[in-house]
Design a protein around this ligand. Structure first.
Ligand SMILES: [Zn+2]
Length: 117
């Protein structure tokens, strides 16, 4: 497995957000509907310069870097998040992004189906 800092240097938050199907309209920072709590007004702030995010939603407080985002999104451990980040980076660098599927488990299913076909 690649070193966590190496992954972080090469995999941007923008890439991770796009991987999970988020469309960014504002650069280099802006707001999205928070993926981690229900809300009507976007309070999830991303910063593509710092590659970090912070949710201003009441009682949410989600924040961190690409690994924290993946960890929250997948509900996995920090260690697993690093290996998922590594896989996202590989897909990104080989330009073979899988279709926008919500979670890593769905992606696994998708990959297995492709293998069988
Ligand atoms: Zn939130």
């Amino acid at each position: 497995m690649k070193d966590k800092n190496t992954i972080k240097q090469r995999l941007s938050l923008e890439c991770v957000l796009r991987y999970y199907g988020y469309i960014l309209f504002n650069y280099p920072d802006g707001f999205l509907h928070c993926p981690f709590h229900m809300e009507n007004t976007p309070s999830f702030h991303y910063d593509l310069v710092k590659n970090s995010f912070f949710c201003h939603g009441q009682g949410c407080g989600a924040n961190g870097d690409i690994f924290n985002f993946i960890q929250l999104k997948e509900g996995c451990s920090f260690f697993e998040a690093i290996s998922i980040a590594e896989r996202i980076l590989e897909e990104y660098e080989t330009k073979v992004f899988l279709p926008r599927l919500k979670t890593e488990n769905q992606r696994k299913d998708h990959r297995n189906k492709q293998k069988r076909a």
